[in-house]
Design a protein. Sequence first.
Length: 196
Amino acid sequence: MIDTPEIIDDLRHAPPVAVTGNGWALISDRVMGGVSAGTMQREVVGGRDAIRMQGGVSLENNGGFLQIAIDLGDAGGEVDARNWAGIQMDVFGNDQIYNLHLRTSDIRRPWESYRQSFHAPARWTTVFLPFGEFAPHRTERPLNIARLRRIGIVAIGREFEADIAIADIRFYAATGENGGAKLGHGSGGIVLLRAV
């Protein structure tokens, strides 16, 4: 296990490779028989380089999700995020609610995760997602941030057209600076109350 650096991906490398050296992947409910379909592309959105996930989320055949995900450690290994308070992302969406899912080496089943929802407005916005606000999903184990393995940005749980772009994703410290901007609580998570 290694202490994790601040930056998960700031898009400085050619797609789909992140700063961590791992690649982003698009995953849909088709792995379990669903029919949701989407794409993941690197493109300019609102004047910034971004990873963009678009597609239709369908509940047919017990489906209902699209996800872009990345492993945090080498070869799917774990990282220790105890030096950090949570995850911050620069997002540009379509005014919908999305989830950030965390997986640790403590959970094995594909349906287990730790989840937090956030709103992605149709402009660049920074969202802060504190580790303490992630809820366990279909697991009894508490979130152990010393054993993080994977993160995913997920469109889930209802039929809708997903369209979300990420320009930067990183860990943030509890005492970290936020450029003097005021923080406010949004729908699941803390949203920086200024556009970026």
